[in-house]
Design a protein around this ligand. Structure first.
Ligand code: MLT
Length: 230
């Protein structure tokens, strides 16, 4: 599914949804939980996110790639490596990624994927033996390359155990085949890479394209994203 706007076309009952927003929401979520965040509550708007600070939550907000004013964090994964996050809870709102998670709530399970935890997500899905829908956060309802490459990479990981009813998966599989040896090069002209570079954000891109840095599977439990421990 190349856009959260299309989620309503799918029956999520009985399915696992993997939400991906490589640059940078799900990469930051995986990083924060791997570095000790206790849980993350993805919220849709800035006011709701801000209100969590009164309950002792750390707060993170990004709009159009930029950190929103008066929040603890923006959306750089490097912010989530600080000791400050250990054993803390985080309320987070981003342009696309948190919205995609909220829109997937009807699924049996909602899992957060990134290149950073690709193999852990693949292993989890193979354990669960359920139908999977990969929801690419994209950009404001539009297709993007990096999330689609993740979908192709995950399809590759699952290739011995998946049949796809959707040519989108097959397309993402082939796209990943083409890009796999040089993701950064393949994405050099991608819209959000250009957007971030125009904001002088470079190292986040390199970091978010690394594979299997963390062995963690964030999964939604109620309103909260927590690390799944097998
Ligand atoms: C998103 O939600 O689309 C991303 O988080 C945007 C970003 O962090 O640059």
């Amino acid at each position: 599914c190349f856009s959260p706007e299309l989620i309503h076309l799918y029956d999520l009952k009985g399915r696992i949804v993997v939400v991906v927003d490589i640059l940078r929401a799900t990469s930051s979520m995986v990083t924060g939980l791997a570095h000790g965040l206790e849980k993350i509550v993805p919220v849709s708007n800035l006011d709701e996110c801000k209100s969590y600070s009164q309950q002792g939550y750390l707060t993170a907000a990004e709009r159009d790639g930029k950190m929103a004013l008066d929040f603890d964090f923006g959306n750089s994964p490097f912010s989530y490596m600080a000791d400050l996050v250990k054993n803390r809870t985080l309320a987070m709102t981003t342009t696309n990624g948190t919205r995609a998670i909220r829109l997937s709530a009807e699924a049996d399970k909602v899992v957060v994927g990134a290149f950073l935890n690709l193999s852990s997500v693949a292993a989890y899905l193979q354990e669960q033996q359920k139908d999977v829908l990969i929801v690419c956060a994209g950009w404001k309802g539009k297709f993007n390359l990096e999330d689609t490459l993740f979908a192709g990479a995950l399809a590759h990981k699952l290739q011995d155990s998946f049949e796809s009813e959707n040519d989108a998966t097959l397309a993402s599989w082939h796209l990943y085949e083409t890009a796999t040896n040089d993701l950064a090069g393949f994405l050099s002209k991608a819209s959000h890479v250009q957007r971030l570079k125009n904001l002088d954000i470079h190292k986040d891109i390199t970091f978010c394209l690394q594979q299997d840095v963390y062995d963690i599977v964030p999964i939604m439990e109620g309103d909260f994203l927590v690390p799944y421990i097998p």
